[in-house]
Write a protein that binds this ligand. Structure first.
Ligand code: ARG
Length: 459
């Protein structure tokens, strides 16, 4: 019989059980459900709502059940609907009527909110560790490439020379913001909903502060209606994961471009590449493509839960059972992506000569050539035009600005001297950009130093 069967004259249809049930996916909340119940029961005993002896029996029963679930010897039942009622009914089977006191002063509405919050807290902690490890990899690779010149792009057209280290550190900054968003989400998650009851608390003298402290929540949900119906922390998490995946997806897109024959800036390690079943020559960047592809499902999860929530009257509605698959899927997806992405970039080979060649071939020093004229007294707009003409000439001649003879420079403007070649060498272009945040070795090294401080003491 159902735990709520008293009011019903007949059994639910099997179709109803199957449709209504969430055990197939919420079973993974078993540990948090049990730990939450133990804290609840300890509080009930402390407040004399149940006897201390009953409290102890229930706690022991729950601990035994937890260890059996972890051994894999417990089978959950779809007829018991969800993880909360499965655990309660298994406990009743095991220790008898005393277990029927466990749900005093509690509803599944505040119980599920508690379980999900506890689960999300743990997952955020794991995600942060994985993210830091990826950020650490980025810093190590960047540190090896503070002098590796490559073209920087706008509109995917070669723009100005930068270094590979500078480029990678851009991703470090994106991931640092993601890390901070995870911290924010953790704070939003870390409020105790238990005690909200079904929607309006209860008449038992619950001590919510005691439960909060035993489960390491740093605040209480301050309104019981909000306590059972708030899923903002899930949305914060889904948004944070979406943004993180968007960053990995942009990075993946670059990995895919860079490993193409057209760029040849990097070569992925064989262990993190795949072949073609028909074309023997192929070496494909499937991992990067899958990471890029999986960002789609993660965005879908965010939009899906936002849509689920948007029309719900206060307080709990069963629609909210749909939250779990969305957050589980996004968390699982990110937990798959982060370590493999980390390995993929850790092992990639950087073809620095090709990067240099591309930077040298695309007039990426044209701005610096114009700046050279400005330093000699020309107005920037005039300098821009002079260099534009020179570039046009080079394009027709199929040569670079460095290859252009001094006479040609001087024929366009007499102010040119032979120090122009030094001024437009790629190394000068990069290393003269000493503005904070720029590509010069000095600027990138000081960014790397700061990044290392962040990694030792993130927040
Ligand atoms: N399985 C439900 C969920 O995930 C638990 C809460 C059910 N509450 C209720 N009143 N039916 O949301």
């Amino acid at each position: 019989m159902k735990l709520w069967g008293g009011r019903f004259a007949k059994e639910t249809d099997t179709l109803t059980d199957h449709f209504n049930s969430s055990i197939s996916f919420d079973a993974r909340l078993y540990k948090h459900d049990i730990l939450g119940s133990i804290a609840h029961v300890a509080m009930l005993a402390k407040q004399n709502i149940i006897s201390v002896d009953d409290g102890k029996l229930i706690e022991q029963g729950l601990l035994d059940l937890l260890s059996d679930i972890e051994k894999g010897t417990v089978v959950f039942n779809e007829k018991m609907e969800d993880i909360h009622m499965n655990i309660e009914s298994l406990l009743i089977d095991r220790i008898g009527d005393v277990a029927k006191r466990m749900h005093t002063g509690r509803s599944r509405n505040d119980q599920v909110a508690l379980d999900v919050r506890m689960y999300v807290r743990d997952e955020i902690t794991e995600l942060k560790t994985m993210l830091l490890s990826l950020m650490d990899t980025l810093v190590s690779i960047a540190a090896q490439h503070t002098a590796t010149i490559m073209p920087g792009y706008t509109h995917l057209q070669r723009a100005q020379p930068i270094t590979f280290g500078h480029h990678l550190m851009a991703y470090f900054e994106m991931l640092k913001r993601d890390y901070k968003r995870l911290t924010f989400t953790y704070t939003m998650t870390n409020a105790l909903p238990l005690g909200s009851g079904a929607l309006a608390t209860t008449t038992y003298p619950l001590d919510r502060d005691f439960v909060a402290e035993s489960l390491a929540f740093d605040s209480l949900c301050e309104n019981s209606l909000d306590g059972v119906s708030d899923r903002d922390f899930c949305l914060d998490l889904l948004y944070t994961i979406s943004t993180l995946m968007m960053h990995l997806s942009r990075f993946s897109e670059e990995i895919i471009l860079w490993s193409s024959h057209e760029f040849r800036f990097i070569e992925l390690d064989d262990a993190y590449s795949t072949g073609s079943s028909i074309m023997p020559q192929k070496k494909n960047p499937d991992i990067a493509e899958l990471v890029r592809g999986k960002s789609g499902r993660v965005y879908g999860n965010l939009i899906s839960l936002l849509t689920t929530m948007k029309g719900l009257p206060l307080a709990y509605n069963k629609d909210m059972q749909e939250d779990k698959e969305r957050i589980f899927d996004s968390i699982d997806t990110l937990k798959m992506c982060l370590p493999i992405f980390n390995q993929m970039i850790k092992t990639m080979h950087v073809c620095d000569k090709n990067m240099y060649k591309a930077a040298a071939g695309g007039f990426t020093n044209a701005t610096d050539a114009a700046d050279y004229l400005v330093k000699k007294g020309l107005a920037f707009r005039d300098a821009h035009e002079v260099i534009g003409k020179l570039v046009l000439h080079c394009v027709t001649e199929n040569i670079s600005l460095e290859e252009l003879p001094l006479e040609v420079y001087q024929s366009i403007h007499p102010i040119f001297e032979d120090d122009i070649y030094e001024a437009i060498s790629l190394a000068t272009c990069v290393n003269e950009r000493q503005v904070k945040g720029g590509p010069s070795m000095q600027a990138v090294c000081s960014h790397i130093d700061k990044a290392r401080v962040f990694l030792t003491q993130p927040e």
